[in-house]
Design a protein around this ligand. Structure first.
Ligand code: IVH
Length: 678
């Protein structure tokens, strides 16, 4: 049983982690570094592993996704989730506002207006301030229970903030994906040979409606609150009387609300807001398809009531679709970091939502073949959150005579190497293809990797094309004088460049390095999991597939690509170069605990495998002890293991160890090794 001290520590860690999640994901204003956050998270994970009785479904560690659900249970909404009537033109809006004024018998009605988010409508339920359930809207009466996947949405409070918390609260809102996150997700999917999503809404809705919560956890979902269902307070003093009080109240309780939401004093003000938002639509962080205007006063809302399908006090003002027709002039092939050949449409430039579009994505070989796009075709294009618009369909009536089906290349347009099909993707098979090198280094320095602000992608491209950068490791040996040879690289730029590299060398967290390596299917989430488990790249490189698969959210495919990377000649060479260059991030805990270099620790570099039941501590505790002293721990017996530490009932591993001639010691022997440091 956990002592009261441990219970308190776990509660404190949970509260702190949720606080920092709110700072990071809702307020976009973090107070601590990634490494400090990781340290809190790791400590809580370890405490929970050692004390299963601390189990709590609302622990922030559960956001990574627990066991899959068996199916979707129906959930009956306590209060119906209505739909909205639409206005396609501003005249419709003014007609609606007239009806409202007439119905209320007064002019000058104030409206709350917010963007209409294009995602999946969800209701989240809190009892005594704790998240207990989430359900989709369904038909408005009955939805599906999606508690397991909505729990993984990082900006959703699992415990409400502040002291004035309702006894019961239904919050309604939209699960969405930001345009930037969507673009990055699709990029990753293309690289992994998976079909990209057509728009952020599909990516978000598909993730929520998955039985395996790990899928939702691996997608960058956000919940934006726009209203409430049931609200029960302990004291009537707190009751909300207007939509603007509800929104301010939800923000205080820890929810993110739609950006740009505001109170408008009149119908004219709503119209002006609508026009202004439509003009700025392309620059919004989220995909929005209109504005929702709601009568602000709850008393007036009650007086107006509902029709059979929608409230009489709210209306959706829709933006026109972001589509245009133009001519497909040519198809250009881009080569990505993992060698994926991505087709890009070169279009007759056409204005669309305030920008001129000249390029659009064609996703992959199959996408072109299925829709039979041919050069010279007139095509329908659409902007959907992605920075790059997409080509939707072809107008066959406009097809020029003699247009041939498009032949997707079977060799890399950059290096001429063989290009082979791999799932949905076609990849260049040449490991030294220069296009891959450029993209790999760009990924390495990008936000998805080391986040080296000051190392611009244009410069990386330039330096890579000139052969100055042939590997990410070259960044760490780059001399300022080399940079200054470039005309447009002034002293200030060069200094910023070098500074950014030095910052990474001294303080980049291990997970950023792992994510920056560009291993197939290893994004931020997996990188964080790996960095919490392994002390450095050397320890990770030693892990076999079986051990990797025992980690949260690591399946056979990811385990295989990690293993393959660390056993490839390029991977081995890269690690050697990083170490040589003094770029060797370590897991936060070890860095904090050590005063000198890791090499001086008593168990430095020694590989341990623990097996059986140890006296006086759990295997995890023993592992951590070994790692704190510089050791590396693995689960499986192999020739690389220096010491097998055997407890009671050690089983088959001992036989295998003896067969390989490994040193087998007992727990006291292990403690003696540790003692040697004194
Ligand atoms: S208010 C009774 N506000 O639009 C009024 N809805 O067409 C409830 N939606 O299913 C809706 N953004 O999922 C409201 N800012 C917003 C919204 C919004 C998106 C969705 C919502 C609803 C649909 C109705």
């Amino acid at each position: 049983m956990a002592s009261s001290e441990i219970i308190q520590r776990a509660a404190w860690l949970r509260e702190r982690i949720e606080h920092h999640n709110h700072r990071y994901y809702v307020l976009d204003d973090p107070e601590i570094s990634d490494a400090e956050y990781d340290e809190l998270f790791r400590e809580l994970t370890a405490l929970e592993a050692a004390h299963p009785e601390l189990d709590d479904p609302n622990s922030p560690t559960r956001r990574v996704g627990g066991a899959p659900a068996a199916g979707f249970a129906p959930y009956e909404h306590a209060m119906r989730m209505y739909s909205l009537d639409n206005a396609m033109v501003l005249d419709d809006w003014f007609a609606f506002a007239e009806r409202v004024s007439k119905g209320l018998g007064r002019a000058g009605v104030a409206y709350w207006a917010d963007p209409k988010m294009d995602g999946l409508a969800v209701e989240v339920i809190y009892e005594a301030g704790r998240f207990v359930r989430a359900a989709t809207r369904g038909d408005g009466h009955i939805g599906e229970d999606v508690t397991h996947s909505v729990r993984t949405v990082m900006n959703l409070p699992l415990t409400l903030l502040g002291s004035d918390v309702p006894d019961l609260l239904d919050v309604r809102g939209e699960v969405v994906m930001s345009n930037a996150d969507f673009a990055a997700l699709n990029e990753r999917r293309r690289e992994a040979g998976e079909p990209p999503f057509a728009n952020p809404r599909n990516g978000a809705a598909g993730a929520v409606r998955q039985l395996d919560p790990k899928v939702a956890a691996s997608r960058p979902l956000r919940f934006l609150a726009y209203g409430v269902g049931r609200v029960q307070w302990g004291s009537p003093l707190f009751a909300w009387t207007s939509q603007h009080e509800i929104m301010a109240g939800l923000a205080r309780l820890g929810f993110a609300i739609p950006p740009e939401a505001r109170l408008c004093a009149s119908a004219d003000e709503v119209a002006a807001y609508f026009t202004s938002l439509m003009e700025r639509r392309a620059g919004m962080p989220f995909e929005i398809d209109g504005v929702v205007a709601k009568v602000d006063s709850l008393e007036m809302q009650r007086a107006l009531g509902f029709t059979s399908r929608a409230p009489r006090w709210a209306l959706a003002l829709k933006f026109p679709a972001l589509q245009a027709r133009t001519v497909l002039r040519d198809i250009r092939i881009q080569v990505g970091r993992t060698g994926v050949l991505t087709p890009v449409a070169e279009l007759e430039p056409v204005p669309l939502a305030g920008v001129v579009v000249a390029n659009a994505t064609l996703h992959n070989k199959g996408y072109i073949a299925e829709r039979d796009f041919r050069i010279g075709d007139t095509v329908l294009i659409q902007r959907a959150g992605d920075v790059i618009p997409q080509v939707l369909s072809v107008d066959l009536d406009q097809r020029p005579e003699g247009a041939d089906p498009y032949a997707f290349p079977d060799e890399c347009p950059v290096c001429g190497g063989e290009a082979r099909e791999d799932g949905e993707a076609v990849r260049c098979t040449n490991p030294t293809c220069p296009a891959k090198t450029v993209q790999r280094i760009i990924h390495f320095v990008s936000k998805a990797g080391l986040d080296m602000e000051g190392v611009g992608r244009t410069w990386v491209r330039r330096l890579a094309e000139d052969g100055v950068l042939q590997s990410p490791a070259d960044l760490f040996t780059l001399d300022k004088t080399v940079l200054l040879r470039y005309k447009r690289m002034g002293d200030r730029l060069a200094a910023k460049f070098i500074e950014a590299v030095e910052r990474a060398r001294t303080s980049a967290p291990l997970w950023r390095l792992i994510a920056g390596l560009g291993i197939h299917n290893v994004g931020e989430q997996t990188a964080r999991t790996l960095a919490a488990r392994y002390r450095d790249l050397a320890a990770l490189a030693l892990a076999d597939r079986e051990e990797l698969q025992s980690l949260d959210a690591v399946g056979p495919v990811i385990a295989e690509s990690i293993h393959r990377f660390f056993h490839s000649p390029e991977g081995v060479e890269l690690l050697r170069r990083f170490r040589e260059a003094g770029f060797w991030p370590q897991r936060a805990e070890t860095v904090a605990g050590e005063t000198g270099a890791a090499e001086n620790a008593p168990l430095a570099g020694k590989v341990f495998c623990f097996t059986g039941v140890l006296s006086s501590m759990t295997r995890d505790e023993a592992r951590r002890l070994a790692e704190e002293q510089g050791g590396i721990t693995v689960n499986a017996i192999s020739k690389k293991v220096d010491y097998v530490v055997a407890g009671d009932n050690a089983g088959s591993k001992i036989a295998k160890a003896e067969k390989l001639g490994l040193t087998v010691i007992d727990f006291d022997g292990f403690m003696a090794l540790l003692g040697e440091r004194d």
